[in-house]
Write a protein that binds this ligand. Structure first.
Ligand code: SF4
Length: 337
């Protein structure tokens, strides 16, 4: 069990026990999986006081969903891999994650705290279709009645619907699906490995129909490409129609590692916006506060209009949204996607 703030070292992950596989099927073409046996699986979040969770489980590193803006890109550089194409195609798989988690959940010093998954990279990315680590992880959490949450863009989560339902009978389970916009052309270029936004909303619809509370993290709202009033309205309306319990807007942030990759993409696909982005993100990784507040207010107003509850701390943990959708208009500072 990891009780400090250290990440896995490259030496630990890429030692002699690593098995690297390239699978020659259309689904996995161009992707290399590095199968490792992790030494620990419960990770304590650095600076957890700013997060709504303290512990995470991450069975994968790198993500074939390949979102251009992904903030986790930076973490691939710790493995001596690049934060661009390598992040999308060199996927580390912790093949012993389920067994390790089951063992760590029984440790005497483990207090049964909430565990967040999908907050670094997506645990329902395509690799999960091959390695199927999540059923074992969910089974361990269910057996220990350990509260947890999952954030994903992957429709594969529906494979585990029955396990999620069983877990929700014995503990707090929070599911959030990430849908920042509906625009098809934008999706194809900026989130090229993900299921379409409409298919993600089908996940919300299905989970809700089976009695599993599901919120939507409306992330990222992309300045000048996905933030027009009619775009925000269409997205919130679709989220409401899918039956989401809550909607949490989050404006694009561009940390080092993601910033360079995103700006290269922007220059290729929307060169006329490069100067505007340089000005908007001149102060660092985040859009200006006034902009974040504006987007948050707009989304909350639309959410109220369409009858979907706004974000509030704890909502992702399966706590019912407030009856009155009159939440604060301040920017949401979560760092997840
Ligand atoms: S934003 Fe999420 S789904 Fe997209 S590449 Fe990053 S971890 Fe994967």
């Amino acid at each position: 069990m990891r009780w400090d703030n250290l990440g896995d070292s490259p030496a630990a992950l890429f030692g002699t026990d690593v098995v690297s596989r390239t699978i020659d099927t259309p689904e996995f073409r161009g992707i290399t999986f590095h199968e490792v046996r992790a030494r620990s699986i419960l990770n304590r979040v650095p600076g957890a006081s700013r997060m709504p969770f303290e512990w995470t489980v991450n069975p994968y590193r790198g993500c074939s969903h390949a979102c251009v803006y992904c903030f986790a890109r930076k973490t691939h550089s710790y493995l001596d891999l690049d934060t661009g194409l390598d992040f999308d195609s060199q996927i580390v798989v912790k093949v012993n994650a389920p067994d390790l988690l089951r063992r760590e959940l029984t440790a005497r010093r483990w207090r049964g705290d909430h565990i967040a998954m999908g907050t670094n990279v997506d645990c329902y990315q395509r690799a999960e279709g091959r390695y199927a680590l999540m059923p074992g992880i969910l089974t361990a959490l269910r057996d220990h009645a350990n509260p947890f949450s999952v954030l994903t863009k992957g429709t594969l989560i529906l494979r585990d619907l029955e396990l999620l339902r069983q877990a929700a009978e014995v503990t707090d389970v929070g599911i959030s699906v990430s849908v920042g916009f509906l625009d098809h052309a934008l999706w194809r270029t900026v989130e090229p490995g993900t299921p379409a936004p409409s298919r993600r909303l089908d996940v919300v619809r299905t989970l809700t129909a089976h009695g599993i509370t599901c919120g939507v993290l409306m992330a990222p709202v992309i300045p000048f490409l996905g933030d027009a009033p009619d775009q925000l309205r269409a997205t919130v309306r679709a989220i409401a129609e899918a039956g989401a319990a809550s909607v949490t807007p989050l404006v694009l942030h561009l940390r080092p590692g993601a910033r360079e990759w995103f700006m290269t993409w922007l220059g290729r696909h929307h060169p006329h916006l490069v100067r505007r982005y340089e000005r908007m993100y001149a102060g660092g990784s985040y859009a200006p506060t006034w902009y974040q507040r504006r987007i948050t207010r707009q989304v909350h107003e639309l959410a109220a209009e369409y009858g979907v509850g706004p974000y509030r701390p704890g909502a992702h943990r399966g706590i019912a949204p407030p009856e009155s959708p009159a939440g604060p208009a301040g920017p949401t500072q979560l760092t997840l996607l």
